[in-house]
Design a protein around this ligand. Structure first.
Ligand SMILES: *Cc1c(COP(=O)(O)O)cnc(C)c1O
Length: 343
């Protein structure tokens, strides 16, 4: 099987397994787990923030962030197709927040559009206290919000009294693709969450970073949500290896994604917007083939290629550490064969 479901499919590296077996452990709820402290220090340093906190998932990291930044009843501005809105089981509702959606351009928010949604304080309106940016943007196909755009959005938000959280599940993909330091992408924001468990290949975990005051607050929320963990060093040990060894190689995933997308763009019946192919995600539409995404994915699976669906008619393929250029060639062959058999 060629598994292009997601970059979450990546398995830990040998170096990670070795680090896990050798790690010194303590109870992290008592702040006694040395490798978790080290991971959090390293992550804060990489993000250029004062403090950081390990969380079991990106979803919990985002929820900790939005709960720490807001009060119940507040309004939070989200991109209409954002992961927080779309895929996190409506956690903002659990936090008592009302979402205000702004449609981005291929996942990228326009400061003018955000400004138009902001209302003058008035007794009829909820208080708008948070803006979320997703970088890279998952449902838009791994698209990047640039450092300049991030700065503009953060300046606007701060001028209006809002905090800014970056859902940076794949922020290192954005930084590597642009050839910039990740601090250029997260510096102007108040907080950032990034995933260790995606392209960086850890078995479990994400990190939330921000000011010391913010992280202290977020730690209480994490405990509330059941995310205070004991000898979590078994996970943090892999996270340290990820931050030390797995970032630069993401460019290989981007190269493979580009070759895959270029191959797909030449196939009949497939419609693909090449401008969205910026990192490790490739999305395309199969409606011209007169078939649904689910049916198409089932035909690919029968030939040994696993992909995700974006119903009704879009397919998503994600490159990762286990996908080599020969797999890309094989995947293209399988897609070609399935299309030929449809005609
Ligand atoms: C994967 C992802 C998350 C959440 O990560 P989990 O660890 O699966 O909860 C958040 N935001 C984006 C953009 C993602 O792609």
């Amino acid at each position: 099987m060629i598994n292009m479901l997601s970059d979450t499919q990546t398995l830990p590296t040998e170096q990670m397994i070795e680090a896990i077996t050798k790690v010194q452990l303590g109870d992290d709820v008592y702040s006694l787990d040395p490798s978790t402290k080290e991971l959090e220090r390293l992550a804060a340093e990489k993000m250029g923030k004062e403090s950081a906190m390990f969380v079991p998932s990106g979803t919990m990291g985002n929820l900790c962030a939005i709960m720490a930044h807001t009060d119940r009843g507040d309004e939070v501005i989200l991109e209409a197709d954002s992961h927080i809105y779309y895929y996190e089981t409506g956690g903002f509702a659990l936090a008592g927040l009302s979402p205000r959606l702004v449609i981005g351009n291929k996942g990228v928010l326009d400061p003018d559009a955000v400004e138009r949604t902001l209302r003058e304080p008035n007794i009829h309106y909820p208080k708008t206290s948070l803006l979320c940016i997703e970088n890279t943007h998952n449902r838009a196909g791994g698209t990047i919000t640039s450092p300049e755009r991030t700065r503009e959005l953060c300046d606007l938000a701060h001028e209006k009294g809002l905090k800014v959280h970056i859902d940076g599940a794949r922020i290192f993909n954005a930084a590597v693709a642009l050839g910039v330091n990740v601090t250029d992408l997260v510096g102007p924001a108040d907080s950032v969450m990034f995933c260790l468990s995606k392209g960086l290949s850890c078995p479990v975990g994400s990190v939330l970073a921000g000011s010391k005051e913010f992280i202290d607050k977020a730690r209480r929320v994490r405990k509330l949500l059941g995310g205070g963990m004991r000898q979590v060093g078994v996970l943090s040990a892999a996270g340290i290896v990820a931050l030390e060894t797995m970032i630069e190689r993401l460019s290989e995933d981007h190269r493979n994604a580009r070759v895959l997308a270029e191959g797909l763009s030449k196939l009949p019946g497939i419609s693909i917007d090449m401008t969205t192919v910026q990192t490790n995600i490739v999305q395309f539409d199969v409606s011209q083939l007169g078939i649904s995404a689910r049916e198409f994915a089932a035909l690919l699976k029968a030939q040994g290629l696993l992909v995700s669906t974006r119903p009704p008619t879009r397919i998503r393929m994600v490159t990762n550490r286990h996908i080599e250029s020969s797999h890309v060639a094989d995947a293209l062959q399988i897609v070609t064969q399935v299309i030929n058999e449809l005609n």
